[in-house]
Design a protein around this ligand. Structure first.
Ligand code: SF4
Length: 343
């Protein structure tokens, strides 16, 4: 679904999560006024379409109620004309109650994204979220009871967390049966409390390869559960570079491609074990993921004394590959262990 985003950085939010610097993340320093939103929509939207206008970057349901209504009302005429099908907002799990949901629905909101980040009480406390892990379950149940679509956001690698915690948080998130997930490995941004933690040696972010490996495993579990992951890693902005916003952490402008390539590597390594030099046929659209960024998967096999011989075949199904006349599903070949028991 096409999304037409407006960023309201940090608007409405009285909290100060250790990792948060919405201005860098969104690339916008101030929220547009409702009048500005109304002025930009005719330029953004098609004559007919089923996308959603989105308000991202803050805690929408913590804005003044009159301002929430004003933003939403500016979009309503475009929904009525069929130029867009609804509105998406992002907010905190503890900022969703009966009153807020009624206001959202009356305003035309169809999808709510909840910044859960983690389901570990220790991690949520360590980053100063100001809510516990139960908030998300309550919010999802309420949103579902009103037939709203729900997306959940997770941040592996937060202080006090790690790969095991990230996988257990994912288990909690999947058990809530969201419509989609976003996964953003934690990076250290300039001007955050986390930057101070990092500089003082109190916080070590995930290394890029560690984050790629972890997110490949998370993506695999999401696919097993049938939950789409609509974003892996932070959206590239002009400011997300080392001498500006980025201090440390597993940021890569093509992080999602690295993760998909890692799944391919895992699947190919399983099937190609003992089949040195065998030709692998893939759909042309899968070639770059199978090969990996900068041919990383080919180098990986070469370093282990094996040759990865890939050939495009338009007759192959997506996310499948064939070796020696036998076809394999990527998901079935790239097997991971079940997520450890929840604690
Ligand atoms: S709740 Fe969201 S907007 Fe508010 S400080 Fe935390 S991450 Fe930033």
């Amino acid at each position: 679904m096409k999304v037409y985003p407006f960023f309201i950085p940090h608007a409405g939010c009285p909290h100060h999560c250790r990792f948060c610097q919405q201005q860098w993340l969104s690339g916008h320093s101030a929220a547009p006024s409702p009048e500005q939103v109304a002025g930009e929509l005719p330029l953004l939207l098609p004559e007919q379409g089923d996308g959603e206008v989105a308000f991202y970057g803050g805690s929408f349901t913590l804005l003044e109620p009159a301002l929430q209504r004003d933003y939403l009302q500016r979009v309503r005429p475009f929904i009525a004309r069929g130029q867009v099908s609804g509105i998406r907002i992002s907010t905190r799990p503890d900022a969703i109650g009966e009153e807020q949901v009624t206001r959202l629905q009356q305003g035309g909101v169809t999808t709510v994204e909840l910044g859960c980040q983690s389901f570990s009480a220790e991690v949520l406390a360590a980053v100063g979220r100001g809510h516990g892990p139960q908030s998300a379950g309550r919010a999802v149940a309420l949103l579902r009871s009103r037939s709203l679509q729900v997306g959940l956001q997770l941040m592996p690698g937060l202080p006090g967390g790690g790969p095991r915690e990230a996988l257990q948080s994912l288990r909690h998130a999947l058990d809530l049966e969201p419509d989609f997930l976003r996964i953003y490995p934690t990076v250290v941004l300039r001007g955050t409390v986390l930057e101070d933690d990092f500089q003082q040696g109190r916080y070590r972010p995930l290394a890029l390869d560690e984050a790629v490996e972890l997110c490949a495993e998370m993506l695999w579990h999401c696919r097993e559960a049938g939950v789409p992951v609509i974003r892996l890693g932070l959206q590239a902005t002009a400011a997300l570079v080392p001498d500006q916003a980025l201090v440390a952490g597993p940021y890569h402008p093509a992080f999602g491609a690295l993760v998909r390539a890692r799944l391919w590597r895992r699947a190919l390594a399983t099937v190609l074990a003992g089949q040195a030099g065998a030709e692998v046929r893939v759909h042309p659209a899968d070639l770059s993921d199978a090969l990996g960024q900068r041919r990383g998967n080919r180098h990986y096999f070469e370093e282990r004394g094996r040759r990865l011989a890939l050939r495009c075949d338009g007759g192959m199904a997506r996310d499948h590959f064939a070796v020696d006349g036998r076809t394999y599903a990527l998901q079935a070949a790239a097997v991971f262990q079940p997520i450890p028991t929840l604690s």
